[in-house]
Design a protein around this ligand. Sequence first.
Ligand SMILES: [Zn+2]
Length: 571
Amino acid sequence: MLRFLSLLLCGLGSSTAVAQVLVEKEAGVAYTYEQVITAYQELDQRYTNALYLEAGQTDCGRPLSLFLIQAEAFSEEQSLNQLAEGKLVSLINNGIHPGESCGMDASLVWAQELLEAGGPSPGQLIAIIPVYNIGGSLQGRPNTRANQNGPQIQGFRGNASNLDLNRDFIKGDALNTLSFWAIYQALSPHIFVDTHTSNGADYPYTLTLIASQKDKLAPSLARFQQEEMLPYLYQGMEETWPMIPYVNVFGRVPNDGYAAFLETPRYASGYTALFHSLGFITEAHMFKPYPDRVAATLEFLRVLQDFSEEHAAAIKTAYADAQQWEAQTEHFPINWELDSSDVRSLSFRAYDYAYEPSKLGDYQRLKYDRSSETTLEIDYYPTYKAIAKAGRPKYYVIPGAWRDVIQRLQYHNIEMLPLSEDTVMEVYSAYLKDWSFAESPYEGHFRINVNSIRPQKQKRRFLAGDYLIPSDQDHAYFLATVLEPLSVDSYLSWGFFNSIFQQKEYFSPYIFEDRAEAMLEADPKLAQEFEAWKTANPQLLQNPWAVLSFFYQRSEYYEPEHLRYPVAVIR
Ligand SMILES: [Zn+2]
């Protein structure tokens, strides 16, 4: 807090937009998106080793801003790839939920601090996205966050298309996401931070932290994160704003223990884990005074920067080892569940609480007592186990017709080899066996939960322009995540292949009845199968369509495309 206040005082003496934003923050006056951007533009003008860029579009029609800092002056025109080449790269994303603006302010202060001190060490590149959800930020108003303690004006969680951008990293509906992909893939950051404000339970900590779930990371990164990085970060925060792992409870108290948060690939740090960034999500607690939340987030950025400078070589080694793991591993995890057998003890400062009858309804309401704090040893569950893994095929084969998916792969620089002529190939296809559709849309998609598939080896005709995708390339983990049908965040699960769920050709019952009788006579095995079906489905015997469908689906007329996941593999 002291450091933050002294910085504010420095700011007061200056006439820069940075100072202006900070002064207004301290007073609880609303910032604007424009103020933040102007402040970064001023830093760009003032420091040769600062660079303000506009990097792609967002859904609201305003460009996504990116701010870079390095040790040396930015000189001639260089691409992001070239600027990042060989450097240790950190990417900080702010305002994905613009009502959670602590990181937007903290990053601005931190950028100014770094520049005043001459910039980071040579060989480091720091990239800051000042405001990611610009559309939501422009909707700022006093009441978007029902329980949050300031600031006066709070941005709105939905972007201009009413999407939660922190669920959009795989499906990429928003232009913001396409711009992010381009920035991220060009920079290939070693370290990634996404700044937030939390809701949920009440507790004394101002800052909580999600580190990318270790069990989703390449082994070298998981080890480095657990043994080197997290101990340093928690220790480094101890004196100022002691942190605790993100308090992952809703509708109950944390005092009985809780589990680590699993950020699947749809989330920012879930996405970046697929490409071997060491990802972090800061969650400042919504009840704490706004300047405290900014100060705690700022302190985290400082401590993380200290770690990065001290451990640059080790971070790069762990990253290179992760790439090697990706090149060699034969099985990628694609779905997880909590491992309740791995329980650790966590020292947790907790508020006392009580349940008392609600005056509104017939239930017990939860009330925390902030005047009464106890340190408890609670159960903490840090581990998730993979419940599905994807084998590495030689090739995925995707028909060119699935343009929306192909475009998303192209955004990720996936090498795809178009067939030069129509070709019949022996492939494995996956037929969907058990699945369920969501009853209502989630982030613009009716999601599909695919529980099981039936692999089938078959000869399939592919057309000139269809793509072979070798899995022996960078981003094999990403490919497995988006293309394997059982993956929790596959494009199949997001509804990109929904047309396969509908049969296109049918039969006329009055004439197919004769055909079915002939099939039954000709095939004793089919007759047996039919008897079993009748025993299992007595209620369907009065339904001619159901009975005849049994035969149609076993006839040569039934289309192989029905319920066949279009992406085949060659093993
Ligand atoms: Zn958030």
